[in-house]
Ligand binder design. Sequence first.
Ligand code: SF4
Length: 346
Amino acid sequence: MESVIQSVLDLNPEQIEAYFLNIGEPKFRSAQLWKGIYSAGYTDFSQFTVFTKSLREKLTSDFSLRTFTLLDTTTSPVDETVKFLWQMKDGYKIESVIIYEGKRVTFCISSQVGCPLDCKFCATGKMGLLRNLTYAEIVEQVMQMKALSKYPPTNIVYMGMGEPMLNYDAVMQAADILSEPEGMAFSRKKITISTSGIITGINRMADEDQPYSLAISLNAPNQKTREEVMPIARKYPLNELLQAARRYTKKTKKRITFEYVLMDGINTSDADAQALIELTRGIPCRINIIPCNSDDPRYQPPSDTVIQHFDRLVNKNHRTITIRNRKGWEIQAACGQLYAANEKNK
Ligand code: SF4
């Protein structure tokens, strides 16, 4: 039977310290190991030349540094967006994406295998929830991509598979590890938790004064349309969601990003733009308008003319609007699509 070796990424600093003390090594080995893993990004214990050969061998027999197998990777010929499909130890698969935009390098990571929320335009939603990721699996996505990326990340966003607020503890723990000053020291405000509108999670982030940024996927200017494209809106109605957003910005003094996925004929009219402005009035925010990228023919992006017109209408009201390029369009970069393609090919 194959023996299961524990991932060293599962250990927090106290556990690493306890391990070293237990094998008769000094405490400071813990900081050296932590630095090697998260700051230097070592992928193999043989790279820890600060350790003796026998300690390196001991670590190799006790732990693994990487647990994922890279199953598939696709690079867009247009903009070099790269998408990865990983297989984890138990056989489940997840996706992560690197998006290069000028000086901005965004690592988009998953928080769950699949997702229970069934947003109609999303391939991951069709999978249902298979399981939550552990914090080590969330961190490993970043470490794996860091080793493969042309440049280090400038932003990390929880916008891959899954609803991060439904795996809150692991998501925050992973963010804490990634931003730990002794390790990767990633800027806290450059880590964004993107939610489909789980109000309890938004409130918890505000109450705990989490240092990370918050994005909310609105995707509809009214309750009826929102319920149609995002069934979770029945549990967390739009008016209550916006109240939670207001409370969050007041309490944390931070700006929110609202995501608005443009779906042709569904949420793209002038009235929709006006309603979006009204809904978000008075909330310190930025609105990201994203042309839909779905494999479902019912949810397609509008024409460039419609996108630009919608952008202009909302922009008139002095909101900051970012229309993302259709990054990764050619490589099915919307979450869950590479997974689905891989399953189909099997
Ligand atoms: S869009 Fe996000 S929240 Fe909605 S089903 Fe897909 S992964 Fe889940």
